[in-house]
Write a new protein. Structure first.
Length: 446
């Protein structure tokens, strides 16, 4: 029997404090959803993850890691979703854990209310209208210590603070903000991380085997091997906008998607740009073998009513053939999928656009194609924002049939920003946003 056996959904956080994980795991029904005739795509099923106390979950994997979960439940597992083989079963991965922002003296501070939380790979099964947790694997260093989700480097990453933003916490060079996940044929996992940004190879038991980071990052003090194998230009990634999407091609190569345009040469450029990058990595060669420029559609096309291009993100990429990808471009409210082809002549690796002295930079070009830069071309597959029943902040996408997708949202562990995220006793005021898996049937094959 799984250690994550179900219990009845609790009404108040305090009623379930200290419930052993062997008794936790209820999954609740979602409401009925309607099809969207305008697109021909429709939601066919929605399943919901029930309340699992985060402390009980974490301590069952690595005893003593969480002394107070502040009423937070397991969440954030929608950072990605990858088919696990059996119908309805998926590998998912948490991000760095509960976090938020609170302004102090006019400046935002990044809060980590459960700093002992250790990112985990979570295996789930969709059963009717419930998401069942079948297994979980804690991410650890070579010696079995937790990696945590705390930022790595002062001056490069946001400083971590306590839940109320009153006390600064220590940085952790082992910390990972995990996102995309795929499983290799040998049973090991590949993840991507936003801090480095980095590509992380993890054993079947959760030990970090190697973390591949940009050249020049200079990350020291880790409890696992770090290899500077990625282009140094990635050092210009935006704060909290490193790698988020990860796909595994049929030949075993990996494709990593940078969530947002680089801040090159400055933050203003990154916020205004619509050009981000995909990288192809060969596990056999342990090297990046290709790089591609990806051009977002205008933000108002992706999300009507939104006029800020910095809201554009790639959160998921899915292989649908030898050299084709589904690319999810989104804001927090809406998402759409485009099908692109990784053309050999679109490779920009090692050229002028990887040199941070090139001016104008790739990110500064108003029309890269007109400037002679090969840009990935593709077609719209589905506008998920026009499909009734699809939640916001979709970060995980899996192909489960020729015409069917499984979508998973990131519920941010039920957290919101601001001082009102926790009550006077330091307990979470839950946002009410649940973790769901939503099946969408398209009117055509992918």
């Amino acid at each position: 029997m799984s250690p994550f056996a179900p219990v009845r959904r609790r009404v108040h956080h305090s009623l379930a404090a200290g419930v052993p994980l062997a008794l936790v795991g209820v999954l609740t029904a979602a409401g009925a959803v309607a099809a969207a005739p305008s697109t021909g795509a429709s939601v066919t099923r929605t399943a919901t993850l029930g309340d699992i106390p985060l402390g009980a979950f974490s301590n069952a994997l690595l005893p003593g890691t969480v002394d107070d979960d502040r009423g937070v439940d397991l969440g954030g597992i929608g950072s990605d979703i990858y088919p696990a083989g059996r119908k309805g079963e998926f590998w998912t991965v948490t991000d760095r854990g509960p976090n938020g922002q609170i302004k102090v003296d006019g400046k935002k501070r990044r809060t980590f209310p459960v700093p002992g939380f250790d990112p985990a790979i979570v295996k789930v099964r969709v059963s009717g209208d419930r998401i069942e947790v079948l297994d979980a694997i804690a991410l650890t260093t070579s010696s079995g210590e937790p990696v945590t989700g705390l930022p790595n480097q002062a001056g490069r990453d946001e400083a971590p603070y306590s839940f109320d933003a009153g006390t600064q916490l220590s940085y952790d060079p082992n910390g990972l903000d995990t996102e995309g996940i795929v499983r290799a044929g040998d049973g090991s996992f590949w993840l991507v991380d936003e801090y480095g940004p980095s590509l992380v190879h993890v054993s079947a038991r959760g030990k970090v085997l190697t973390r591949y980071v940009p050249k020049g990052l200079g990350l020291t003090g880790t409890g696992y091997p770090v290899v500077e194998a990625l282009p140094s230009v990635l050092l210009h990634r935006k704060i909290n906008r490193g790698f988020e999407g990860l796909a595994q091609l049929p030949d075993g190569d990996l494709v990593m998607a940078l969530q947002s345009p680089l801040s090159l040469p400055d933050a203003g450029t990154g916020d205004a740009s619509r050009t981000t990058r995909l990288l192809r990595f060969s596990p056999g060669r342990q090297a990046v073998t290709a790089e591609y420029a990806y051009r977002f559609d205008p933000v108002g096309v992706v999300d009507p009513g939104e006029d800020d291009p910095s809201e554009l993100k790639i959160s998921s990429v899915v292989a649908v053939g030898r050299n084709r990808l589904l690319v999810e471009e989104r804001t927090d409210r809406r998402a759409r999928l485009r099908l692109v082809k990784l053309e050999r002549d679109a490779d920009i690796l090692g050229g002028p656009w990887d040199d941070d002295e090139t001016s104008p930079s790739l990110e500064q070009l108003d029309d890269p194609a007109a400037s002679g830069v090969p840009v990935l071309t593709g077609r719209l597959v589905v506008d998920l924002g026009s499909v009734a029943g699809v939640p916001g902040k979709i970060e995980g996408i899996a192909r489960v049939g020729e015409d069917t997708l499984a979508l998973m949202n990131d519920n941010d562990f039920g957290m919101t920003d601001g001082p009102g995220a926790f009550d006077a006793q330091g307990r979470l005021v839950d946002s009410g946003t649940e973790t769901t898996v939503t099946y969408v049937r398209l009117p055509h094959r992918i």
